[in-house]
Design a protein around this ligand. Structure first.
Ligand SMILES: *Cc1c(COP(=O)(O)O)cnc(C)c1O
Length: 468
């Protein structure tokens, strides 16, 4: 039954970071994870079991040091390997909330947003509009207006949007300054990555971005609309990528596009190579470090610019998962269990697909530890089940854990990306609270929802009310 753990599981100890200068995306636990004298897991100097007593269960626990460390590694790697200007953006769809945007911004990162809601959140967090980029393949007029009025850059995805902006910006411009609207163009590069396959084609079936075969028409259109200030090009090739070659190929392709733009008199100075660097969810995952990834991209861009004989552009990238994924864990309380003889034992926890929809959506695999039994031998393989009315609500199919009992604190690792941001209220479960921990202090960054919160949007028309 231990077949999914070729290295053999001893205890929760084995998931602790082994070196202090690790790249967060290569670790299963946050960088500050320790085991204290009570054999309990500590993150950011806080005892996880105590946090659950204080803040309730389930609980998202975000380690500030790990998030800042990942931001810093991206930022410093660009300084080290790229002689031109650079800007790292946090892809906030991974987890958009005030505190996370504020931390990323304090670390010098800009923010990429994909909706009016994410844009509003970043603005409320105090992020400077000149470091905000709005994505989306079907932005509403309202979203475009918010972007223009706030002065953020719009990453134009398609002809409909380009024509709308071309027409409309010439009428209103930026209402405060009358400046042209700052845009970038998103292109579909014909390079696509699903975690373990890498496809390079001339033509790609994707709902995002302009077809590169239409570059001439697109550049001609942009060059005829002076109310559009097109500052650069963007592409994003996928997520949870472990190979370096796709982004290096992308760099070469994008520099060629940049060169073509200049033949239309377009002075574009920015290239955004997107996000996508993977993280370690299990021992089997082996992503490159943040530094190695940045180095590969920077080298490829510089080589392509030499070949193409053009000046170095301002280089942007927009990681989401690799910035925040490993910085957070989710703590649950163990409740009921059920053994199906000869088949498996289910251990149920007090959350599930509503707080982490990735396993049911993508068959994503996670690892877990028992926070109050970190050194206990992991001798059992069990299935961790959520509490939703859905047979598929299984968080971990095969978790190797010490024998556990009701009241144990089960901690699922690397839940910072696409967990809270994809959370739902399915079965009318309230969304859990999230705390940020640092140096022994824990602060709430997202309050636990209450039954009143769940009812916030409910309306009961008078004719349906029983009290007449
Ligand atoms: C999702 C996305 C990202 C971030 O992807 P990660 O895999 O989380 O790094 C960046 N840019 C765009 C356009 C995206 O859609």
């Amino acid at each position: 039954m231990l077949s999914t753990h070729p290295a053999g599981v001893q205890s929760g100890r084995q998931f602790l970071p082994k070196v202090t200068d690790a790249s967060p995306n290569q670790e299963l636990l946050p960088l500050t994870a320790r085991i204290n004298s009570s054999d309990r897991l500590e993150i950011g100097g806080c005892d996880v079991t105590t946090l659950v007593e204080q803040f309730g269960s389930p609980l998202y626990i975000l380690d500030e040091d790990t998030l800042r460390n990942a931001c810093c590694q991206y930022r410093e790697a660009f300084k080290k390997y790229y002689p031109g200007e650079s800007q790292v953006l946090y892809a906030s769809k991974a987890w958009s909330c005030l505190a996370v945007c504020a931390i990323a911004s304090q670390e010098g990162l800009g923010i990429d947003v994909v909706s009016g809601g994410e844009l509003y959140t970043a603005l409320q967090a105090g992020v400077s509009p000149d470091k905000l980029y709005l994505h989306g393949n079907n932005k509403s007029l309202e979203e475009l207006k918010l972007a223009i009025n706030s002065g953020c850059t719009i990453v134009v995805d398609n002809w409909h949007e380009l024509r709308t902006l071309g027409h409309w910006s010439s009428v209103i411009g930026n209402s405060d300054t009358n400046d042209p609207v700052r845009i970038m163009l998103r292109l579909t590069p014909g390079i696509e990555c699903h975690t373990h396959e890498y496809i390079r084609t001339g033509h790609l079936d994707s709902k995002f971005g302009f077809d590169p075969n239409q570059l001439d028409e697109v550049f001609a259109f942009v060059s005829q609309h002076s109310a559009l200030n097109c500052v650069g090009l963007h592409a994003h090739i996928g997520s949870q990528i472990f190979e370096q070659q796709p982004h290096q190929d992308l760099a070469g392709v994008m520099v060629q596009w940049l060169d073509k733009a200049s033949s239309y008199g377009l002075q574009m100075q920015e290239l955004n190579v997107g996000g996508g660097l993977g993280i370690r969810y299990t021992e089997a995952d082996d992503p490159p470090s943040i530094e190695a990834w940045v180095k590969g991209v920077c080298t490829a861009i510089q080589n392509a610019c030499v070949t193409q004989q053009i000046a170095l552009p301002k280089l942007l990238c927009e990681p989401g998962r690799s910035l925040i994924g490993s910085a957070c864990v989710t703590a649950y309380t163990v409740g009921s269990s059920k053994t199906v003889p000869g088949i498996r034992t289910y251990i149920a926890i007090d959350g599930g697909m509503s707080d982490n929809p990735r396993p049911i959506t993508y068959q994503s695999v996670y690892r877990a530890v028992v926070a109050n039994k970190m050194s206990a031998p992991a001798t059992q393989t069990v299935t961790i089940a959520g509490k939703h009315c859905e047979s598929g609500d299984i968080l971990i199919k095969e978790a190797t854990l010490p024998p556990s009992e009701p009241g144990d604190i089960l901690v699922v690792l690397a839940t910072g990306a696409y967990n809270y941001s994809m959370a739902s209220n399915y079965n009318r479960l309230a969304r859990p609270a999230a705390v940020v921990v640092k140096a022994g202090e824990a602060n709430v960054i997202l309050r636990r929802e209450t039954y009143q919160d769940l009812m916030r949007q409910d309306c009961l028309p008078a004719r349906l009310s029983s009290e007449t």
